[in-house]
Write a protein that binds this ligand. Structure first.
Ligand code: NG6
Ligand code: CA
Length: 512
């Protein structure tokens, strides 16, 4: 508990919400130490088998490989959750998303699901004296309860939870509205052509995939049959905002340029850039210069595009001589999926490529491929290049960075985040005591030592559309990851004692 929070009387009207601290305790003093810049890049749905530095041999990612070669490459790092919204929530709040009810996959007009009272990782960095920015995929909602009004200054936005600058895709690229938001305002919006968005019923008269399938240039395989934007049928209906619509093949260029600008603008002060790429989420629309280049269809092409983005950021850091003192974290929000709802022929064009690596499940799943993700940390001034085998969770990035910056955590802030700075920087290879994994249905698993226990669930075994094995089973599951990382043999029957202990540990963590 900080000194200030002990002496501050609880201000009336400032409630203790969300279980992740309260800005009422914010200290005004700034920490003036020589601080490294921090860049955190979340790729979307990128698998641990999708990068050549993790063993992919059908696709080549030279820039990301170089980043890994100059830094610490984790082999046992986890996202908190197997889908985007909860995973991002966990990272930025340091609180397991399943502690809050509204953290499932958010629609494009969702309210901001992080309470503005919450002390986020961005708040923490800002207080440590950093210029903070968020660029690219957001997917944590915007605006007040009742949803987002895209026609006026959107409030609250990310600037109410610690970011000085925002340039964001509100949700995902397969969800309306297909517009960028910069500092609370839709970019290029003509006020005479207001945006309307609905996730329950059609609004306006723009064609939909359902009514006008002949108009689509990319057919859905599941869902994705509402309003057609740029020939692509999306999830949700929209109308208006014609001049503000993004061009899908230009998104990587646009957000990469914004990231470069942000870095350039803040080159003389410590900065924290949180960036979400739209790659490699569906719809996978590469810029023409990447189209057809991977030989694996568009899923492979957007991996090349993603690698280009990382190369551009690296190059920008080099040219500004910032690379040495920038902590560059590159990872994914959840595991990979092959057909995620469009007929992009991803499966038939795999050509032997294995996005999941040796792991079971995939995006949506509590099996390993759902949350075990690529995780690379480069910091030339502070990290010796090597591999890191320790168990590590993205939930700990918050407390570990706070520790690096000597920022005391505010009372209640980042309640599930632990300081594992030495593991993050490769000074030691100490594993986290346990890792919690979460699937689409909020079924949880706990990994401790060699064991992984998945709690019983009566939810469906398969994700209905992708047919991914979710890991749900009415019976408890127990795997020995040290000899069975692919989770093939359920050993719960013969290890009742281990099951009982892990179930109790998981229960205690839930109840915390
Ligand atoms: C699913 C979508 C999928 C993707 C996912 C969220 C269908 C059939 N599937 O409901 O395409 O958008 O939600 O992905 O609509 S995430 O990575 O942002 O969590
Ligand atoms: Ca995702």
């Amino acid at each position: 508990m900080s000194i200030l929070s002990r002496t501050l009387p609880l201000l009336p009207g400032i409630a203790f919400l969300a279980g992740c601290g309260s800005k009422a305790q914010k200290e005004i003093t700034k920490n003036n130490l020589q601080q490294p810049n921090v860049i955190y890049i979340f790729a979307d749905d990128l698998g641990i088998g999708d990068l050549s530095c993790y063993g992919a041999d059908r696709v080549s990612t030279p820039n990301i490989d170089r980043l890994a070669g100059q830094g610490l490459q984790f082999t046992n790092a986890y996202a908190t959750s197997a889908t985007s919204t909860p995973s991002r929530f966990g990272l930025l709040t340091g609180m397991y998303p399943w502690r809050q009810t509204n953290t499932g996959i958010a629609p494009g007009n969702s309210e901001l699901i992080i309470d503005t009272a919450c002390v986020t990782m961005a708040d923490m960095m800002k207080e440590a004296g950093y210029a903070t920015g968020v660029i690219g995929k957001w997917h944590l909602g915007l605006g007040p309860k009742g949803g987002t009004d895209f026609n006026k200054k959107i409030s609250p936005n990310t600037q109410d939870i610690g970011f000085d600058y925002e340039f964001i895709i509100p949700a995902t690229v397969d969800r309306v509205p297909c517009v960028f938001v910069e500092n609370g305002r839709v970019v290029n919006l003509d006020p005479n052509d207001p945006i309307r968005v609905d996730y329950n019923q059609k609004v306006g008269n723009w064609p939909t995939g359902e009514e006008n399938p002949e108009l689509v240039t990319l057919k859905p395989s599941q869902g994705h049959n509402n309003t057609i934007i740029n020939g692509i049928p999306r999830i949700g209906w929209m109308t208006g905002g014609q001049t503000a619509l993004w061009k899908d093949e230009e998104i990587a260029d646009v957000i990469t340029q914004k990231a470069k600008n942000f870095i350039g603008t803040h080159k003389n002060e410590p900065f924290f850039l949180y960036m979400g790429t739209q790659d490699v989420h569906v719809p996978r629309i590469p810029h023409p210069r990447f189209a057809g280049k991977s030989g694996l269809g568009t899923r492979g092409d957007v991996i090349l595009q993603l690698d280009w983005t990382i190369g551009e950021i690296m190059q920008t850091l080099d040219s500004l001589q910032l690379a040495d003192n920038t902590i560059f974290i590159f990872t994914s929000d959840n595991g990979p999926v092959i057909d995620d709802g469009y007929q992009d022929r991803a499966r038939e064009l795999l050509n032997g490529h294995t996005p999941m690596g040796i792991y079971r499940g995939g995006k949506y799943s509590v099996y390993e491929a759902g949350t075990r993700v690529p995780f690379i940390v480069r910091w030339p001034a502070g990290i010796k290049p090597s591999k890191q085998q320790a168990l590590f969770s993205q939930i700990d990035v918050y407390a570990s960075l706070a520790s690096l910056l000597n920022q005391p955590l505010k009372a209640g802030a980042a309640p599930d985040s632990q300081d594992h700075l030495n593991t993050l920087l490769g000074k030691e290879d100490t594993s986290r005591d346990y890792i919690i994994q979460q699937n689409l249905n909020n079924t949880l698993a706990i990994i401790q030592g060699q064991w992984k226990y998945i709690e019983p669930s009566d939810k469906s075994a398969l994700e209905p559309w992708t047919k991914t094995e979710l890991g749900n089973n009415k019976k408890a599951q127990l795997y020995d990851l040290s000899i069975d990382p692919s989770e093939k043999r359920n050993l719960a029957g013969e290890n009742q004692g281990v099951v009982k202990n892990l179930a109790a540990t998981l229960q205690a963590i839930k109840a915390k």
